[in-house]
Design a protein around this ligand. Structure first.
Ligand SMILES: O=P(O)(O)OC[C@H]1O[C@H](OP(=O)(O)OP(=O)(O)O)[C@H](O)[C@@H]1O
Ligand SMILES: Nc1ncnc2[nH]cnc12
Length: 243
């Protein structure tokens, strides 16, 4: 192990600037850099009060969120996420979940929080978004007895695919899924590490709904609320651990 990785693995705490409510934060959105003042800097877990009553349709409406409770596992998970300034471009404050993965308790607690929410929701499909949705999606799928379907960047999947183009701040990107991986009527959970503008999750939802899948909810470890990705999802429920 070289000295840099050793230092990071022992000190994965977020820089103080992220915890300062007046600090300006910078995010990567597509190919652009956005600079915003944060509205929320603390870690919360969002719990839907409707979840226990109706397993057919989860809800994380703002009303439900008002009933949110802080889970005592969340602050530790949040503390393991490293924030790297100026990556991959100057001015971007990159939320690095690889340091969360170095901490087995934080990683397990993260997966457990999702599993606790979805285990009785009759989810057939966990759709994970490349690349970091491939880290969190499969253990959730295994634990809740669902299949895992990768949503990939173009020209990576070998079989027949359906594609969905989506817009970035500058230009477009494409997401692909294997034909036959999901069936009409199946209930899906879309998993990624982070929602920023919401463009990526929207593309995944459209791709699944085009083939008749019922996207029950999207789940992310981190939300950057200032970028209003939740608004872009419209009525589609979004569950996050840290925002
Ligand atoms: O809400 P959005 O504005 O669409 O951004 C969120 C997406 O950005 C990041 O992935 P990225 O595009 O960096 O790809 P990578 O995981 O392959 O590095 C992140 O993992 C999400 O998938
Ligand atoms: N600030 C950020 N950190 C990590 N991944 C991102 N994807 C979009 N913005 C990001």
């Amino acid at each position: 192990m070289n000295s840099i990785s050793l230092q990071y693995s022992h000190q994965p705490l977020r820089p103080k600037t992220v915890l300062n409510p007046n600090a300006r934060r910078y995010f990567l959105s597509g190919n652009s850099v956005k600079s915003v003042l944060p509205t929320t800097t603390h870690a919360v877990v969002l719990k839907s009060s409707a979840a226990g009553r109706d397993h057919r349709r989860l809800s994380s409406s703002s009303v439900d969120m008002a009933a949110s409770a802080v889970d005592d596992r969340i602050p530790h998970i949040a503390s393991t996420i490293r924030v790297i300034p100026d990556f991959p471009k100057p001015g971007i404050l990159f939320q690095d979940i690889t340091t969360l993965l170095l901490d087995p308790k934080a990683f397990k607690d993260t997966i457990d929080l999702f599993v606790e929410r979805y285990k009785d929701q009759k989810i057939d499909v966990v759709a994970g978004i490349e690349a970091r949705g491939f880290i969190f999606g499969p253990p959730i799928a295994l634990a809740i007895g669902a299949k895992f379907v990768p949503m990939r960047k173009p020209k990576k999947l070998p079989g027949e695919v359906i594609s969905e183009e989506y817009s970035l701040e500058y230009g477009t990107d494409v997401m692909e899924m294997h034909v036959g991986a999901v069936q009409a009527g199946e209930r899906a959970l879309v998993v990624d590490d982070l929602i920023a503008t919401g463009g990526t999750l929207c593309a995944a939802i459209r791709l699944l709904e085009r083939v008749g899948v019922d996207v029950v909810e999207c789940a992310c470890v981190i939300e950057l609320p200032e970028l209003k990705g939740r608004d872009r999802l419209g009525e589609k429920p979004l569950f996050v651990l840290i925002n």
